[in-house]
Design a protein around this ligand. Structure first.
Ligand SMILES: Cc1ncc(C[n+]2csc(CCOP(=O)(O)OP(=O)(O)O)c2C)c(N)n1
Length: 558
């Protein structure tokens, strides 16, 4: 069989349904092999869009998303999306073409060392220099991408090898069980729980993978231990649950940090340090930490766990659930009630009234009411992301997707396409700032062409808003952040897509309802004032100072 045909047979055997990419001369054989297959090739407008689609598809489904690019510039364009999958722990397989092996040893057209370039942003990668290794390479790429912790892998296919023939058949994927926890580690974890008075869970990215969320919900139901999720762990337990203290993610000391301060044991579950550095919640390095994850803890000054339970996270929680039941370990969650109330009251304070300038948290209230518990909101990166993390409650795992590892702008629109392909029945919203939207807005054409219906929301402040927010806080002025946005409604219409530009609160409500429930591809531009960002900083600063003052008077820690 021809090598390019065999590769596609291997992808079919891995259960691949879509390949996202931009064609090139050196990928011609693989493209025509795809044409004959059951796999849908989705031609994108930029390789960055293709990689983000594969990234989000992988994150949502647990099955590796696949992206394809040609050599040289095609491969360099893939980089950001592949790196995003790498740091966000999303399974992704990137395939790139390459020139013939007769010219790879010398300066030649578009020839760069793509394998070396992908090395630091993948779990594993290689070049297929020999037709007899094809089936092993493809199986290994998928196995490693999907194995905990998941991430990106890459292989390149030189154009002359693509045309060769061989007599292999795909190596079928086989189920691999993840290891269960060491019983001594569980005993040590139980001992830490017995000694604790106010334990608190930080649920990270890994708490929503591989059914961990189901076991976490049981653990919380049994022990009444409260949970704070990271932005990427949102939905690990429902924010409607009285044990939820919503999410941490801001660098400044948000209200939820007060609960973290009081906790005497922090149980991290599937927590990725790349997402939210421990110095934000453990600045004094004195927290007692129980680390539960698929992999051992990073060596990190601010993160020195007392015990580590290394295993499948669901398996660890299952074992802990048995142990806490046996030992009748139970806590009184009353201590978190004031914090939950304070955070809830703060959410409510952002509801918009007729005549108010639009704000991100105000609009999020309206969007949350329209979206069902399992519907999917994908956030881009910017000040809107901080508001989504903080002020958009989640009820189910994988219903709020935030890139917080690499935290790259430009993910949400391609991500919306991937989400639509993975979940044809859900309402899907991609939320962006004007900056991030115009980094990948070309993919609106891809979405329209393939009939992927979802809602694009652009919060427009004519600015790289988050950077202005930070600069203002640090230096009291901004530089290099101002933008002039196009007319987004007309821009959308020029792609053949319906655009909304609400001006009043009533219009905002009706437009968002029509856009989201209509499930057609459309864009809603929401003009916003950034003042709400600065007001939040001032509010948190004041709150922190007031607490320090009152605890100083009582001789306690804030
Ligand atoms: C690809 C990429 N480039 C730069 C950054 C740094 N960055 C983080 S947020 C941000 C501004 C985002 O602006 P916008 O998309 O308009 O969203 P807003 O902050 O206004 O909500 C920038 C430049 C990044 N995270 N990703």
């Amino acid at each position: 069989m021809k090598v390019s045909d065999l590769i596609i047979k291997c992808l079919e055997s891995e259960g691949v349904r879509h390949v996202f990419g931009v064609p090139g001369e050196e990928t011609e054989d693989i493209l025509f092999s795809l044409e004959k297959s059951s796999i849908q090739f989705i031609t994108t407008r930029h390789e960055s869009g293709a990689a983000f689609m594969a990234d989000v598809y992988g994150r949502l489904t647990g099955k590796a998303g696949v992206c394809l690019a040609t050599l040289g510039p095609g491969a360099t364009n893939l980089i950001t999306g592949v790196a995003d999958a790498h740091l966000d722990k999303a399974p992704l397989v990137a395939i790139t073409g390459q020139g013939g092996s007769d010219r790879m040893h010398k300066e030649s057209h578009q020839n760069i060392d793509v394998v070396s370039m992908f090395k630091p942003i993948t779990k594993w990668n290689t070049s297929i220099q020999n037709p007899h290794i094809v089936t092993e390479v493809v199986r290994k790429a998928f196995k490693l991408a999907e194995m905990e912790k998941p991430g990106a892998t890459h292989f390149e296919l030189p154009e002359d090898v693509a045309k060769m023939t061989c007599r292999h058949t795909p190596i079928p994927p086989a189920r691999v069980r993840r290891p269960s926890p060491d019983y001594k580690a569980i005993r040590a974890a139980v001992q830490l729980l017995k000694e604790a008075e106010k334990p608190l869970v930080i649920a990270g990215n890994g708490a929503i993978r591989k059914r961990a969320s189901r076991h976490l919900r049981q653990f919380v139901g049994r022990t009444h231990i409260p949970v704070v999720s990271t932005f990427m762990g949102k939905g690990s337990i429902s924010d409607r649950d009285e044990h939820s203290l919503f999410a941490i993610g801001l660098q400044s000391r948000d209200f939820v940090m007060q609960a973290l301060n009081q906790a005497d044991l922090i149980i991290t579950i599937g927590y990725d340090i790349a997402e939210y550095a421990p110095e934000y919640w453990n600045p004094g390095k004195e927290k007692k930490i129980l680390h539960i994850d698929f992999t051992p803890a990073e060596v990190y000054d601010y993160y020195q766990p007392r015990e580590e339970v290394i295993s499948d996270v669901a398996g660890a929680l299952w074992a802990l659930n048995g142990a806490v039941e046996e030992e009748k370990i139970l806590f009184d969650p009353a201590w978190i009630k004031p914090f939950r109330r304070k955070i809830g009251d703060d959410f409510d304070s952002y509801r918009l009234k007729e005549g108010d300038a639009f704000t991100v948290p105000g609009a999020l209230h309206i969007i949350r009411e329209i979206m069902g518990a399992g519907d999917i909101l994908i956030s881009d990166v910017g000040s809107h992301k901080l508001w989504i993390g903080r002020n958009y409650p989640a009820y189910e795992p994988n219903s709020v997707l935030i890139s917080n590892g690499l935290a790259s702008m430009g993910l949400a629109l391609p991500g919306g396409i991937a989400a639509r392909l993975a979940y044809p029945e859900k309402q899907i919203v991609a939320v962006m700032g004007d900056g991030g939207f115009l980094m990948n807005s070309q993919e609106m054409e891809t979405a329209r062409r393939i009939g992927a219906g979802f809602t694009i929301i652009v919060f427009n402040d004519n600015d790289y808003g988050l950077i202005s927010w930070k600069q203002q806080s640090h230096r009291g002025k901004t530089f290099g952040t101002g933008l002039t946005s196009p007319d987004f409604k007309k821009y959308a219409e020029s792609f053949g897509i319906k655009g909304f530009a609400p001006k009043t609160l009533q219009e905002l409500k009706t437009d968002l309802k029509e856009a989201i429930t209509g499930r057609e591809l459309c864009l809603v531009e929401i003009p916003i004032q950034p003042s709400v960002n600065y007001e939040l900083s001032t509010k948190l600063e004041r709150d922190c100072c007031a607490r320090i003052e009152s605890s100083r008077k009582r001789g306690e820690r804030a």
